[in-house]
Design a protein around this ligand. Structure first.
Ligand code: HEM
Ligand code: HEM
Length: 179
């Protein structure tokens, strides 16, 4: 028996009542999760080790900035689609609440990352401008702690998923009445 998957949200296409329960994410969502893990690890390196290993630190910073920008571009369409279909599939109030909290954490990490990247981006365009020290410290603080919270949040989100069991009377699939 074959099932086809939606390219972005990994929802199985509705092929009748006999299809098995949904068992996993898509290659795209797995790649996003792996990219997020790499950004967290490279960020932790920047925070705790780069000062004493600055030659490698410079490279990690450039990779983190480019990786962060690419990740944001790749995540946006998937997340938009996931947030449209996710709540419709979610059957547990706590899971739903944690999902929204996770979304908030991702948004804070991305927004603070982009704001921190503004001075180097402006420098490349020929303008010299910096955030005030206090603002820089606050952005960095929020970026670090929300990254850690988001990493724990995504592990929780994936651990609490229905990996094998039928998730609902519709077999874990989006009800036919949903758009
Ligand atoms: C940044 C925010 C989020 C990320 C990174 C994220 C990530 C993921 C990933 C990777 C999966 C597994 C692959 C898939 O099924 O597509 C998944 C499943 C799921 N997500 Fe999210 N998600 C987020 C937010 C949300 C929100 C806001 C909701 C709804 C409140 C939600 C509801 C679901 C549901 C219902 C599933 C399937 C659960 C199951 O099979 O039991 N997600 N999420
Ligand atoms: C979305 C996943 C991301 C994660 C998990 C993440 C994680 C981290 C962590 C833990 C740090 C070290 C703590 C700190 O200095 O605040 C860091 C630093 C940094 N990140 Fe991210 N980051 C992400 C995305 C981004 C994005 C999208 C950008 C911008 C393009 C970005 C730009 C930066 C910058 C500029 C630093 C400061 C480096 C320094 O001055 O030492 N990050 N990141």
């Amino acid at each position: 028996m074959t099932t086809t998957t939606h390219p972005t949200t990994a929802l199985p296409a509705s092929t009748g009542d006999t299809i098995p329960a949904w068992k996993g994410g898509s290659a795209y969502s797995a790649t996003l999760t792996a990219a997020f893990a790499l950004l967290t690890l490279s960020g932790l390196y920047l925070e705790f080790l780069a000062a004493s290993h600055w030659a490698a630190g410079k490279l990690v910073l450039v990779l983190h900035l480019l990786g962060g920008a690419l990740f944001t571009l790749a995540l946006a369409p998937w997340l938009l689609s996931h947030v449209r279909s996710g709540p419709a599939r979610s059957q547990r109030r706590l899971f739903t609440l944690l999902g929204w909290a996770l979304l908030g954490k991702y948004l804070v990490v991305i927004a603070t990352g982009l704001l921190m990247a503004l001075p180097p981006a402006l420098y490349l365009l020929g303008h010299i401008w910096f955030w005030r020290f206090e603002t820089s410290d606050l952005l960095s603080f929020l970026h670090l702690w929300f990254s850690i919270a988001a990493a724990l949040g995504v592990v929780t989100h994936l651990t609490l998923r229905h990996w094998k069991r039928a998730a609902s009377p519709t077999g874990g699939h989006r009800p036919h009445s949903q758009p």
